[in-house]
Every structure is written in C-alpha cells, then in structure tokens.
Design a protein around this ligand. Structure first.
Ligand SMILES: Nc1ncnc2c1ncn2[C@@H]1O[C@H](COP(=O)(O)OP(=O)(O)O)[C@@H](O)[C@H]1O
Ligand SMILES: [Mg+2]
Length: 348
C-alpha cells in the first residue's frame, strides 16, 4: 500500500505543480493583454495572482492530508492499544509501608513463565541474600539471570513461589517503598536526555554535588566526567547515545549509588569495563555498599569469585550454590564455566 501510495504521490505532486504554474502563466498572459487594452489595473492582476496561489496551495495541502491521515490513524490505534493495556503487576490494596530496613532478601521456590510461553524460564529457584553480603549469580546466556533480578523490584511477578523483602512478600509492599529499597542497574542501562547531574539525581533529587562526585568516584566515572568541559552539567542525549557503553554502565551504577538503597542489584553491570577498571570498581563498591545487600549477575568469573555466595543457574534451575572454592570442588557446571575463562592455576 505504501509503495502504491508513493507511486501515486510521485505522479500527483508534479501534476499539481504543473497546474499551479500553468495557471499563473495563463493569468499573467490574459491579465497582461487586458492591462494593455486598458480594461484592468495592474494592482488587480497582482491581487488575483496571489489569491489564486493561496487557493492552489490549499488544494495541494489537502492532497497531502489524504496521504497522512491513514498513517496517523494507524499510529493512533497503536498508541491506544498501549494505553489500554493493563499492567500485570497490580499494586497491593493494603500495602505494607514500613520495613525494618534490614535488607534481607529471600526467593522461595520461585517459578516464572512469560505470558504464553510453554516452558517456565525459572524453575524452583531459592536464594537468600543478607545485608553486608555479596551474592553472585552466574550462568550461560539465556539461563534466566536477568529475569531473576527483574522479579525482585517487581518488573514482573513470580508465577509461583514468593519473593520476600525482610520477610514481606513484594506483592504486599508499597511500590514507593519498594523503589526506595531496591536499586537495580539493568543489563542495558538507560540514560535520560538532560545532564549528567539530572540523570544521577533521578532517584534522589535533593542529593548535593558532593554526593554526586562521591558516587562517580566509586563508580570509576569521576575521571571522564571531570574531563568533560561542563562536568556535572555535561549534556546527555536521549538514551545516553553520546557516551560509550562502558561510560553509560558506570553512570547507571553511580545513579544507583546516589540513592543508597538497602539492596543493590547489578545485572551484568561490569561487562563493558576492562579488567582493571572492573577490579577497581568492585573494590570501591565493596567499601561504599558496606552493610547493604548486593546481588551481582556476571558472565566473568573474575568479577564474582570473591562473592560470599555464588549461585549457578542453568536453564532456569539452580544447579549449585556455595563459595568459589566449594563450587570448584563439587560442581561440574561451575567448573566448566570457570575453566572456559581461566586456566587451572588461575582458578585455584
Ligand atoms: N520478554 C520476554 N518474553 C519471552 N521470553 C523471554 C523474554 N525475555 C527473556 N525471555 C526468555 O527468557 C530466558 C532467560 O532470559 P534472561 O533472563 O534475559 O537470560 P540471561 O540474563 O541469563 O541471559 C531466555 O531464554 C529468553 O528467551
Ligand atoms: Mg541477562
């Protein structure tokens, strides 16, 4: 339809232009003769010509309208569909508005199935993460790591089992309190158009410049922000398209740090960083997050080997849990992942 409309337009447009130009030539021709014969004033001719142009232009605009209206209709329909979709995550009728703020996180026999999917993405996943501890999740691509993290701030709800924050089911938790307690750095972080400062203050508008620099320092982003001419006021394009992937990741980490939530969730947030920056970032992060609960998803073994507990995920199931040393000794899947990245000596 679009190609046909295009072909029609490519004929229509020159023909309307032809009509417009021919008519002005005709008006000038006949008008010229009438003026010569003394039947008409020159002003009348000019006026006639400009009225004619206005009318013909309006006709041209109308033809454009006919082309645009069907397109606009389709767009409007799609927008309507999005607006009419109800969220599958329903806010609780009687929300719990206070937590002990201990940051204790527990997943109890969680199963998750995307709507309409045959197979669940997560099967019987249990996990406990305590304040002051780092829990790591490792597994191959598509094993359900991002889905697992998404369940905690309720990007979607578990289809079976429950996610508990300080013993309270997240489905009973006040959404505002939830947003305050959980800081998720997504796998593909999104920056909003504005400045570096406006992005960092997203979760806490009253943060001081000092606090922003502190967060940038921890996220190993201070250096490149300082090098920018405008510093914190440096403009960020929509989606953060004017900074590199690694810089975007670090700014997203800083954004989470500014908020100081009780629970930090990092979804493969160190993947675009080189090994040295990754190591420095994690060392600084360990100091900064101190008694918070930290869950790190990573592909790289070096990122997670020091974690207090490592969860090995394979096709949505937990196939092992323990420290690096324990898992190396007892878990075949973990050994396989580790040895694909490190030599036997490095792994030990
Ligand atoms: N929106 C979605 N709809 C349906 N299936 C999805 C969706 N997002 C992810 N999946 C499926 O869920 C599985 C786990 O995805 P994900 O949690 O992103 O894996 P990981 O982060 O471990 O690479 C994949 O097999 C993927 O195909
Ligand atoms: Mg992922």
């Amino acid at each position: 339809v679009s190609v046909r409309a295009g072909r029609l337009m490519s004929l229509m447009f020159p023909s309307t232009m032809l009509v417009v130009n021919l008519s002005s030539v005709a008006v000038l021709w006949f008008g010229g003769h009438r003026i010569e014969d003394g039947h008409m004033e020159i002003g009348a001719l000019t006026a006639f010509l400009s009225y004619l142009m206005q009318i013909l232009m309006a006709v041209m605009m109308a033809t454009f309208m006919f082309m645009m209206v069907p397109r606009a209709e389709v767009c409007a329909e799609r927008i309507q569909e999005v607006l009419a979709t109800d969220s599958s995550v329903v806010p609780p009728a009687e929300p719990v508005t206070e937590l002990r703020r201990a940051g204790h996180l527990e997943l109890r026999g969680v199963e998750f199935r995307f709507p309409g999917a045959e197979e669940p993405v997560l099967k019987d996943v249990s996990l406990t993460a305590r304040p002051g501890e780092t829990t790591a999740v490792i597994g191959s691509t598509g094993s359900g790591k991002s889905t697992l993290l998404g369940l905690i701030p309720r990007l979607f709800d578990a289809t079976d089992g429950s996610v508990l924050l300080d013993g309270v089911d997240v489905r009973d938790l006040d959404p505002a309190l939830m947003a305050e307690s959980v800081g998720l750095v997504p796998q593909k972080p999104y920056l909003f158009s504005g400045t570096i400062a406006s992005n960092l203050r997203y979760g806490r508008p009253d943060a001081s410049d000092e606090e922003l620099w502190q967060a940038l320092e921890t996220a190993q982003a201070r250096e490149f922000v300082e090098r920018m001419e405008l510093g914190l006021a440096a403009p960020i394009a929509q989606g953060g398209s004017n900074v590199s992937g690694g810089q975007r990741q670090r700014l997203a980490i800083a954004r989470a740090l500014v908020r100081r939530p009780g629970i930090y969730l990092f979804d493969d947030s160190f993947s675009a960083l080189d090994y040295a920056t990754d190591a420095r970032l994690r060392a600084a992060l360990a100091q900064e997050t101190g008694d918070a609960t930290v869950v790190i998803v990573a592909q790289r073994v070096s990122t997670i080997r020091d974690a207090d507990r490592i969860l090995v995920l394979d096709e949505g199931r937990v196939v092992g849990s323990g420290t690096h040393t324990e898992l190396m000794a007892s878990n075949a899947t973990y050994r396989e992942i580790v040895l694909s990245q490190l030599t036997e000596e490095e792994a030990a």
